[in-house]
Design a protein around this ligand. Structure first.
Ligand code: 9MG
Length: 287
């Protein structure tokens, strides 16, 4: 049911993907992320939050300094660096032992973050934004989470076809830079320019869409946590969307997803463990 993948990470053990779901904990480092305010408070809170997520079972910490929420302002390279670098430095200094992924579409931010210790790039522009992004990934040999976000989508083109073309270009760009397909993780980009119906269609057909329609059967990341595809259905606020998030994580897993990008690590991890036991048997039965 789940394809198997071994993703090499520079200077550390590879990330194995398959039946065991992997949790990516979201660490947003934007001024509104932690309510107590102030530069040091932000740093301390971010580091403490990363530690909590790791203790709760996060396999990866995804650090981002620019919000992708609708209406959020873009930030400049320096501002983004000022937000994320102290957190990466502090986590590395504290000996944090899970891979850090840098959530950015800016090659310069990715470059600095990798030099400081990040080992995965999370690019919401799927390597199709700045051309140098694929070069940075290839230079350091880091894997890239390539998310689908086509701001120039032709409304006449069905989403599945748009995704196929988009990811064909992602893979071509990676290969041209010398980054093999074994370093790519695909992400349908739930919520990014998609209708409610499209979001649920993707969830229903997840790996059918992403693995059967692209040249390679690549691993898949699911990012639905607290998103409006849940809120529009339930009529609730982001802070009330945990049950809905868990439902989408479990369904994304059953439909072949490998990595789950979430705010609430422990409850998603628990639900995914139960889902794994249901699909593959409890741990002692797995052989
Ligand atoms: C940064 N970010 C916000 N939502 C995301 C999603 O669904 N996937 C990935 N890869 N990044 C996201």
């Amino acid at each position: 049911m789940h394809t198997h993948h071994t993703i090499s990470l520079p200077g550390r053990a590879p990330l194995t993907l398959g039946p065991t779901p992997r949790l990516m904990g979201i660490l947003n480092v934007t001024p509104d992320s932690f309510s107590d305010g102030g530069h040091h408070n932000l740093l301390d809170s971010a580091v403490a939050h990363a530690r909590t997520m790791i203790a709760e079972g996060a396999d990866i910490i995804d650090i981002g300094g620019e919000s992708t929420r609708p209406g959020a302002e873009a930030v400049g390279v320096q501002e983004e660096l000022d937000r994320v670098m102290p957190v990466i430095d502090a986590l590395v200094a504290a000996g944090v032992d899970v891979p850090i992924s840098i959530d950015t579409y800016k090659p310069l931010v990715a470059d600095q973050a990798i030099q400081a210790g990040a080992s995965i790039i999370n690019d919401v522009h799927g390597l199709l934004g700045a051309p140098e992004m694929a070069d940075v990934a290839a230079l350091y040999g880091v894997p890239v989470i390539a998310m689908h976000w086509n701001k120039h989508r032709d409304p006449a083109t069905p989403l599945v076809d748009d995704m196929r073309r988009y990811f064909d270009r992602t893979i071509a760009r990676a290969e041209a830079a010398g980054l093999g397909p074994g370093r790519l993780i695909l992400d349908p980009g739930f919520g990014f320019g998609k209708s409610l119906d499209e979001n649920y269609t993707i969830l229903r057909q997840l790996t059918g869409i992403l693995q059967e329609n692209t040249r390679y059967a690549l691993p898949v990341l699911v990012g639905t946590s607290r998103k409006s595809m849940i809120g529009k259905l339930l009529g609730n606020e982001p802070s009330e969307r945990l049950a809905g998030t868990i439902a989408t994580s479990v369904l994304g897993y059953v439909n072949g997803g490998h990595i789950f990008r979430v705010h609430d690590v422990r409850p998603n991890r628990d639900a995914l463990r139960v889902a794994q036991a249901t699909l593959y048997g409890p741990p002692e039965q797995r052989g």
